[in-house]
Design a protein around this ligand. Sequence first.
Ligand SMILES: [Zn+2]
Ligand SMILES: [Zn+2]
Length: 368
Amino acid sequence: MEEIQEQELKVGTFACTSCGADLKYKPGTVHLSCEYCGASNEIPQIDADIKKLDFNAYLANQSESIETSVESYVKCESCGASSTLEPNVTSALCPYCSTPLVVEQAKDEKIIQPKSLLPFKLDKNGAKGEFKKWIKKLWFAPNDLKKAALNFDHFKGVYIPYWTFDTDTFTRYIGQRGEYYYVTETYTTTENGKSVTKTRQVRKTRWYPASGSVKRFFDDILTVATKSLPQKYIYKLEPWDLQNLIPFDKSYLSGFITEKYQIELEEGFEIAKGIAEPEIRSLVRRDIGGDEQRIISMNTQYDDITFKHLLLPVFVSAYKFKGKLYQFLVNGRTGEVQGQRPYSWIKITLTSLAVAAIIALIIYFTNN
Ligand SMILES: [Zn+2]
Ligand SMILES: [Zn+2]
């Protein structure tokens, strides 16, 4: 029997015990603090194991206890992200693409409850500092960008949804092992106007059939569950200090936006397979041995799949520059910055001309 445990997870409903204002999580601490009277409330620390859930049981809907939660999200019509709103807002922009959100359309949705999270370690100012350093180091960025980027209105702290998977893999493969051998070849060439015959060693490869199997256990394959951020940048925010994950507690979400996963569990596992595959291929190559390997077919069985749904802290900045959308991400733990950037063709052209002029001068002076 499926037993659904529902928990109310309204974000931003922690009231200050001294003045009644909304409490917000203070990054880098275990406290909720009040912006108005400065009161600080400690978040009780839970000393629980972060449970991993059985993937197939979940998909078959037979899990003993699938914990779901209900949260109010507003969906962005432009990029598809569903995010929570800061409390008491009457207007808001999508944190990912700066499209205005229709706040009245926020509605309750049921999701698989996150099991754990990494709280923000950097506050907004800390993240801005990292971002400013990064912008300054950019070569060939238009000056307007530097100005635009210093406007932090669109700079939001967002808990991004992720899945992690553990799985035991068993792979059967059929391939070929290539071994090098050398043959002596004779050839003719012209030396001092005369035709001469010479020999040389030429490398060849002899192929042998190979087949077998490899095993590998994967621990915590991390896949991002949002589609609204550029994948090539979000994966570059790694490594995350997953050893510091704490059991889910909504206190850490207050004062921040939380995004609902757009990539469902099953699709997330397909992405995880894609991440595991190169590692399996290299194991197969090692197993084949020899000097070169060919993999003809590979069949992987994924056993004992477990998953966790977790939230990781990222500062997101999106703005439009000359009609184009640029997105920047700052890892809310490490300060790592990744993002899209425009290039100034004027600066590149001027620099290339200057470099060419310097080279020309050097050639001129060294030859005279
Ligand atoms: Zn207060
Ligand atoms: Zn959006």
